[in-house]
Design a protein around this ligand. Structure first.
Ligand code: FAD
Ligand code: SF4
Length: 350
């Protein structure tokens, strides 16, 4: 038997009650700053902080880049770092090996390549392209730059502008995937999936590096290297939960194949930081595409939703945070009970 139920009560309320903006204050404490007991702030000098300090101070975005760098080149696939879900439901790097500090006997995490990691981690290295030059495009002449906004000569509605908040903007367009399958399955009309498909069919890249649901644990995400439309469709949707697309980026670059990278803005920031130190990034990553991202909600918010609807996480067969008709259900859970399949979906609240 297969039964689908739609409910439309207020996920919006759920969102505001539980959503975490991943701000510095609440991270890794599971609570907002107003509830965190005031501690004397630790002092860090530029030279003294470690990756552990980054994570413990709530600056980690969960991208996975440090895991890739720390485990790179380890003998016998030895692992030093691993991404794991920590309360209240975020991916964070976990330190697997420790050594004793000879000075005080404390255990200190062993993190190969730590100084490079600290230079590229997007939690502490945010670059603002064009901030000093005021434009990303050095070909623009000074008149264009002075005028601020300029309609492009060839395309109606094309505007170039430079804003302090968003940085240089080449163009703002409205679009949607013309393929109805893509539009139905995707998060917000399928622009990213359609562009990904175009890059593959026009042979501009060998594959698209993005994420999709983990088949064993559908609320989590795994890296997906798509080479065709059906693979792309597995990833199309917004995954408002733990996803670490840079978790094995060095290992993927070693394949020496070209690709387009899809990720959250912080993931792309990490990749661009890495490009300054690793020539293979610019050589093999031909395109980067990102979603507009207001926050990464904690998994606990969706676990509460399951609980309220008496669905066991272990019974999930599929979990979509969004999609299946634009804007579609948000969320959508398919689960099995005593051999029967059921689906529960919440109407998109906005
Ligand atoms: C964490 C998060 C926060 C968001 N916040 C906002 C917001 O504040 N306001 C708003 O209007 N929209 C928000 N969105 C939705 C987002 O803007 C749309 O997903 C985007 O417009 C792309 O739509 P699309 O139909 O082109 O994507 P699709 O064609 O469905 O493609 C989406 C692509 O993004 C990849 N992806 C999905 N989730 C993740 C993830 N967690 N990490 C890395 N890659 C991922 C998929 O693999 C896929 O390739 C958010 C999405 C996410 C995942
Ligand atoms: S590199 Fe990414 S996963 Fe590692 S600490 Fe920085 S933000 Fe977190």
């Amino acid at each position: 038997m297969f039964r689908v139920t739609t409910i439309s009560k207020h996920v919006l309320a759920l969102n505001t009650r539980h959503a975490c903006s991943s701000c510095v204050h609440g991270q890794d404490k599971g609570q907002c700053s107003s509830k965190i007991p005031k501690e004397k702030p630790k002092k860090y000098s530029c030279k003294s902080y470690s990756l552990k300090d980054v994570v413990e101070n709530g600056l980690c975005m969960g991208c996975g880049l440090c895991v890739s760098l720390a485990n790179d080149g380890a003998v016998d696939n030895e692992k030093f770092l691993e991404m794991r879900v920590v309360p209240p439901g975020r991916y964070r790097p976990i330190f697997l090996k420790h050594r004793k500090d000879p000075l005080n006997g404390h255990l200190v995490p062993v993190v190969p390549n730590e100084s490079l990691i600290l230079k590229v981690c997007p939690g502490i290295n945010v670059d603002v392209p064009g901030k000093n030059s005021h434009t990303a495009d050095s070909s623009r002449n000074s008149e264009e730059v002075k005028s601020g906004n300029k309609e492009h000569y060839s395309v109606k509605g094309y505007v170039e502008s430079t804003g302090e908040f968003l940085g240089p903007t080449r163009s703002v367009r409205k679009c949607y995937a013309s393929d109805p399958d893509v539009r139905f399955r995707a998060a917000a009309a399928g622009g990213i999936t359609a562009l990904s498909e175009y890059l593959l069919s026009s042979k501009q890249v060998d594959f698209i590096h993005h994420v999709r649901a983990n088949e064993q644990e559908p609320m989590l995400s795994v890296i997906q290297k798509s080479t065709c439309k059906s693979e792309l469709l597995k990833g199309s949707q917004s995954r408002y939960g733990p996803a670490a697309p840079l978790e094995c980026i060095l290992q993927i670059l070693q394949e020496k194949r070209t690709f387009a990278f899809v990720g959250k803005p912080c993931d792309i920031n990490g990749l661009k930081n890495l490009a300054k130190f690793h020539p293979d990034v610019d050589k093999y990553v031909k395109f980067t595409m990102t979603i507009s991202c207001g926050m990464i909600p904690d998994q606990s918010m969706y676990l509460d939703w399951l609980k309220e609807n008496r669905i066991r996480k272990e019974d999930l067969v599929e979990f979509r945070y969004r999609g299946n008709g634009c804007p579609g259900a948000s969320p959508y859970a398919k689960y099995t009970t005593e051999g029967d399949f059921y689906a529960l979906m919440q109407e998109y609240p906005f």
